[in-house]
Design a protein around this ligand. Structure first.
Ligand code: HEC
Length: 113
């Protein structure tokens, strides 16, 4: 049983290492790209929040998750017209820079602009 668990843990670790290495965004560059995003994604300390609109919070989210989500909206794997329009105009580097910005709470929570 224990051996099996260790084996499973090893497989999961091996599978996730390349993913961890992929997110190479620069939060400083991302800062210049996220003004429109803030209008919808309700983030503490930012004014434009729609309380009745269930826009997911993305500040503090895992960077790779954010990159994957933006790629999926851009290529249509994930369907949502507004987010498609947002993501489709971004280069892959811009997606990674934006992801790095939102993944780091120091940038997105504390209004460090
Ligand atoms: C007009 C409002 C609006 C704007 C502007 C907007 N978003 Fe979104 N975003 C949404 C909504 C609504 C969803 C949920 C869509 C769905 O159901 O998949 C979403 C979903 C997302 C998700 C997936 C979150 C998750 O938990 O899976 C990410 C990542 C994201 N947006 C990033 C961005 C970025 C980066 C920008 C700026 C380039 C941006 N959004 C601009 C409304 C917006």
């Amino acid at each position: 049983m224990l051996v099996k668990r260790i084996a499973i843990a090893g497989v999961i670790l091996a599978a996730s290492l390349p993913l961890l290495a992929q997110a190479e965004g620069n939060p400083e560059a991302g800062r210049g790209l996220i003004e429109t995003c803030l209008g919808c994604h309700g983030i503490a300390n930012y004014k434009n929040v729609y309380p009745t609109y269930p826009v997911p919070k993305i500040c503090g989210q895992n960077a790779q998750y954010l990159v994957d989500a933006l790629r999926a909206y851009a290529n249509g794997d994930r369907g949502h017209n507004t987010m498609h329009a947002q993501a489709a105009t971004l280069t892959d580097q811009e997606k990674q820079d934006i992801a790095a910005f939102f993944a780091d709470p120091v940038y997105c929570y504390e209004g460090k602009k």
